[in-house]
Design a protein around this ligand. Sequence first.
Ligand SMILES: N[C@@H](CCC(=O)N[C@@H](CS)C(=O)NCC(=O)O)C(=O)O
Length: 224
Amino acid sequence: MSGLVLYKVDASPPACAVRALGDMLGLAFDYENPDLLNLEHKSAEFMKMNPMGTIPVLKDEDFVVSESNAIMKYLLEKYGGEHRERLYPSDLRTRAIVDQCMFFNAGVFFIRLKVVVLPTILEGLKEPSPRQLQDVDTAFGVVEAYLENNKYIACDHLTLADLAVGSTAATIQCFRKLDAERFPRTAKWLDLLYEEPAFKKYIEPATKQLIEIMQAMQEKNRAL
Ligand SMILES: N[C@@H](CCC(=O)N[C@@H](CS)C(=O)NCC(=O)O)C(=O)O
């Protein structure tokens, strides 16, 4: 028992980012898998831990924190050792850019995934609207612009920002495939991220699972 409990589901992009970081740091999580279809993440017990009713949630003994970006920063600060400086550089400007990308992911990019995937699974959505698809491409355009100066999203090496934004960029393709001709830097960057064993280990199966879930649910919803 490590004392670290992570509430997650396998297909969750923010949970995958946390798990990838955990691997990089050599952390062993005990997992709890709330059943989202049965709304276990909205139960009184769960909401007491995280009033947002979202996963991931981390318990470190008697301490509880939610929001993947906050969880990753906590884990890195507490357990990061030699990885701390590389993954969340202390240089003021570099750190500000890492934060910029992480806020973009939490506030914009991941939301554009969530507003399609959750309604497809839970509310009978048949397909994303043209506007929702356009919004994803606009977000890919932001990623493409962020990658203008470096091969990683915030600086010349991998940081927490790559885990956060990269997990969304890969999994959002369960309903909007990246156009590699229009967004070539983004395509190259994703290839680079897949070279990271920890990224590949969680993000690849999550993407496959989301593709299957989306196809099955869309078929079911169209037949209703
Ligand atoms: N900004 C949050 C997003 C968390 C989130 O929305 N997770 C999804 C699963 S991937 C969830 O719990 N959705 C259920 C809901 O919003 O009701 C984070 O990074 O942790």
